[in-house]
Design a protein around this ligand. Structure first.
Ligand SMILES: [Ca+2]
Ligand SMILES: [Ca+2]
Ligand SMILES: [Ca+2]
Ligand SMILES: [Ca+2]
Length: 482
């Protein structure tokens, strides 16, 4: 640790000799015994992310935080007091009451033009020689009304702050700083942004206080920092509503071994932002998910933290149709969205797209292509879809319904009575039906010959009786031609 402290000190403390912040060594010299122990306790008591925290978005970028904010914003940076003013823990400024730990040392308005951030040159510090908080100390903010968003800067000396030195907790959410500052100020001070926005706010999710904890001096060494640009939003704001609708388009046909690309659009017609929008799009049976791109990345379900009113999320979804595809010929792929934000006009939160796979194939070898099977409503993987004994393709030839067992070409009765033979059959309407006869089924020389021709349109049931050709013993069959 010593070498690291010397590393950042080189040439910099001199530059900052009159600045608002002192070195890590100065911090160590401050007479605050017992702080290290207190700091350890704070670590143990630090709030962790809880289940359900997906309804909270955390930020380490102030611009990203501001972009997601809705509602009235309040920014506080002790600009109302002159630089150098001390004030006691528990002082209220407008809607914010500021407390510090340890409370016996007053807070101080630190200020330097070179430290200017969004709200001016003042910052919140402590009434010590360096006018700053020391690691292990914390700043507690209490709000006069339920709050749904808070963001602030914790500003450290150049090179002094490491990832995890700060933790901002609000309600059930907590966010700690990353290694890189969000912005570097004119004098080299490094500003780490920490922000929390409650998504899909309801009565129980707002918070009334937030705590900035700085901790782990045992690991990270002592450091000092100030607090600035405390931004609150959505004070007492009623939850909004968002009219979401989704669109999905894709190829009408796809071949085995090829990729399919779907276009997905999620539109929020407002009036408010939709929070924590979850896009649900299960991979259809038989397909292999390849990738999402655009406004959604990663596999489904995909969560979009916010869709502002009047905005759309546009993405592309790619799937592979494997060469050994075993799914249905008519493939349906559905996208639906869910958000805790109420929808004033529900009913358009899902959209599906259908595709004929391998339209020219005849997987069940019943004489119907996959595309034809779709048009007839038959199963592309079952030759006799309706189980009536005739394959789908043969039924189409006979002009019977391949999807109905009640419609089939079949001889229904052969009766001999008083020397008269009656032969009845049923079939379709638009195929020419030939009643054919052979006297000896085992003959290799006697051809089947037509003894009666039924010309379309043919009735659903028909019979012949007693004519010369149909009144002889032997074998009969019905042949159809279209
Ligand atoms: Ca077929
Ligand atoms: Ca079939
Ligand atoms: Ca059939
Ligand atoms: Ca049928």
């Amino acid at each position: 640790m010593t070498s690291e402290m010397e590393g950042w000190k080189g040439g910099w403390v001199e530059d900052w000799a009159n600045g608002w912040v002192a070195s890590r060594v100065a911090g160590m010299n401050r007479s605050r015994t017992g702080l290290l122990g207190a700091a350890v306790l704070l670590v143990l008591g630090a709030p962790a992310r809880e289940a359900g925290a997906e309804l909270v978005q955390t930020y380490t970028s102030r611009s990203a935080f501001l972009a997601d904010l809705t509602g009235t914003q309040v920014t506080f940076g002790v600009e109302s007091l002159p630089t150098g003013t001390n004030f006691a823990s528990g002082t209220t400024f407008g809607s914010i009451t500021v407390s510090n730990f340890p409370a016996e040392i007053p807070m101080r308005v630190a200020g330097s033009v070179a430290q200017t951030t969004a709200d001016g040159s003042n910052a919140l510090g402590m009434a010590s020689v360096d006018e700053a908080f020391l690691s292990g100390e914390q700043c507690v903010l209490a709000f006069s009304s339920p709050t749904l968003a808070i963001g602030l800067y914790a500003i450290g000396s150049p090179g002094d702050i490491r990832a995890g030195d700060f933790l901002l907790s609000a309600g059930s959410a907590a966010v700690s700083n990353s290694a890189a500052p969000d912005t570097v100020l004119a004098d080299g001070g490094e500003a780490y942004f920490l922000g929390v926005i409650v998504l899909a706010p309801d009565a129980g999710s707002a918070f009334s206080s937030a705590t900035l904890t700085s901790y782990d001096p045992a690991t990270n060494g002592l450091f000092v920092y100030t607090v600035d640009d405390i931004t609150l939003s959505a004070l007492s704001q009623a939850p909004g509503t968002a009219d979401l609708r989704v669109f999905k388009t894709g190829p009408s046909e796809a071949e085995l071994g090829s990729n399919m690309v779907y276009s997905l659009i999620i539109v929020n017609s407002g009036p408010s932002a939709a929070w924590a929008v979850e896009a649900i799009d299960p991979t259809p049976s038989g397909l292999t998910f390849v990738a999402n791109s655009g406004g959604m990345t990663g596999a489904f379900p995909a969560t979009i933290s916010i869709v502002p009113a009047g905005h759309a999320v546009v993405a592309e979804s790619t799937y592979l149709v494997p060469s050994g595809y075993t799914g249905p010929a008519l493939l349906t792929n559905m996208l639906s969205v869910a958000t805790p934000t109420p929808d004033p006009s529900p009913g358009q939160e899902s959209a599906s797209c259908t595709t004929c796979i391998n339209p020219g194939g005849d997987w069940d070898k019943d004489g119907l292509s996959n595309a034809d099977e779709l048009s007839y409503g038959t199963d592309a993987r079952v030759a006799d879809s309706d189980g009536d004994g005739l394959d789908d393709g043969d039924e189409v030839t006979a002009d019977t319904d391949p999807a109905s067992p009640d419609s089939v070409l079949s001889i229904t009765n052969i009766e001999a009575s008083a020397g008269t033979l009656t032969i009845g059959w049923r079939g379709g309407t638009w195929a020419t039906q030939y009643l054919e006869y052979v006297s000896d089924l085992t003959s290799t020389t006697e051809p089947w010959r037509a003894v009666f021709t039924n010309v379309p349109p043919t009735p659903a049931s028909f019979s012949v009786s007693g004519s010369a050709g149909t009144n002889q013993s032997g074998y009969y069959r019905i042949r159809v031609v279209r």
